[in-house]
Design a protein around this ligand. Sequence first.
Ligand SMILES: Cc1cc2nc3c(=O)[nH]c(=O)nc-3n(C[C@H](O)[C@H](O)[C@H](O)COP(=O)(O)OP(=O)(O)OC[C@H]3O[C@@H](n4cnc5c(N)ncnc54)[C@H](O)[C@@H]3O)c2cc1C
Length: 471
Amino acid sequence: MSNSNFEGARSRDDRSNVPLNPEELETLTKPKVLISGAGLGGLTLAILLHKAKIPFLVLEKAYEVKPLGSALVIGTGAAPLLRQMGVYEDFLAIAKHQNHLNIMDENLKPQWTLNYDWLEDIGGGYKEYIVARPDLYNVLWNHVPRDRIHLGKRVLSFQESENQIQVHTSDNSLYHGDILVGADGAYSAVRQHLYKTLKATDDLPKSDDVALPYKCVCLVGQTDVLSPDEFPEVGKDVCQFSSILGLTNMCTNDSFRNSEWGPEAAVAMCNEWRHLKVPGGQTGELTLGDYIDRTPKEYIAKVMLEEIVFDTWYSGRTVLLGDACHKMNPTGGVGALMAISDAVTLANWISTLDVPHENDLKKIFKQYKAERYPAAKEAFQSSQLFTKTLGKGMLSVFVRSLMKRLPLWLWRRMLYKSVGPRPQASFLAPVEDNGSLKPFYQHSLQKTLAIRQERGLGPVVQEEQANATAV
Ligand SMILES: Cc1cc2nc3c(=O)[nH]c(=O)nc-3n(C[C@H](O)[C@H](O)[C@H](O)COP(=O)(O)OP(=O)(O)OC[C@H]3O[C@@H](n4cnc5c(N)ncnc54)[C@H](O)[C@@H]3O)c2cc1C
């Protein structure tokens, strides 16, 4: 079994007489953070820790990064943080503005339109965008030092002692750190190991002792670049986003359970659904098959859409973020924003720590959960409401009729709720927020800013920071 530590960082127990340089000294007083999972949440945390000069290592099970997944809605809620992280320009270069969503029936007859035009005004001056997940992934990936991400490292288990945590990966390596962050997605190995340990001592709440519940199965993919001559809608400045209510064609066949984002289970579903009508194209006679045929097969995935918010988010030196502790239906379009918001909240608190004792961790993890759990619950409920628009039952019929007649004031209120939280990092220079309505109070920002001020600490200044000027 190989025993790996943070390369370049000397251990606290190193008794050699070689004097430490100032950078080593600074590193020695900081907690060492192991992150399981280089997804959107894990990479955001990695960038933030890098900027806060906190030593970290990301362990990712994949051997290479594949451009899997399709589109994500993101923008207004994440913009201030992306600016602080110095990635906003890169983000804008891959993003397409979204200001509406058309809902149609399966014959492509328009049902209602959700208008997002106000978002910029109530969302701090920031627009909403659609991005291809692989593109957003690349943007974040490119801002993490390459040697800080170790690929082909599937986290299997971990063991805690009084002073550290030891993580075991599938290639028989051991990693030591002060904190383990489970950012390893809906089927998080960190969560599973943590819950198993807690269950053995009767400390796992019954609500968490469950298999992941899911209600729908989803086919996702991303076509090759389409020509505007053949598909005029791709030439438009604003994203033409449509949602189709396939009420009579609804899928009831659940023969193929699949828990990973990957191509394996997709082929049968493609064949089953390729005849469905979809909007767009020159002739207006497109079917899903026209898009499937323009999508590389290895980049089509069939996934189950699990829906749960777990109650246990931390214990000892271990803490969860993103899909590992709350998994939403993507219809609500909040999964990525939630993971990113978890990451900045956690980074704010970790940035206040010196080498932590377990009790210090308990305090900051408690604060982290107190801020993020209610947000996750609320996002979960609103995701479920959006999912209801796609269903068949009486409640779905009611929700659809409500959506068609939604008063403007209520829609504006719903939008503000979703983009009101615009989190920022307390250890980076703040970014201005210029909307008609202020962002929501962010507990971790205010509290950790106060801690920094007490210690006479300003923002960590970095080269890219200088470019992230106010809006
Ligand atoms: C390949 C992929 C494609 C996706 N496509 C879409 C999409 O098109 N639309 C959408 O709305 N959402 C998509 N999602 C989900 C979306 O990215 C997440 O809901 C959201 O971003 C939350 O991110 P996360 O970091 O918590 O989890 P994820 O983004 O799921 O990342 C988890 C990471 O942990 C890694 N991992 C898992 N187990 C282990 C382990 N034992 N040890 C080490 N690493 C591990 C995974 O390989 C992955 O890189 C996709 C997720 C993935 C992984």
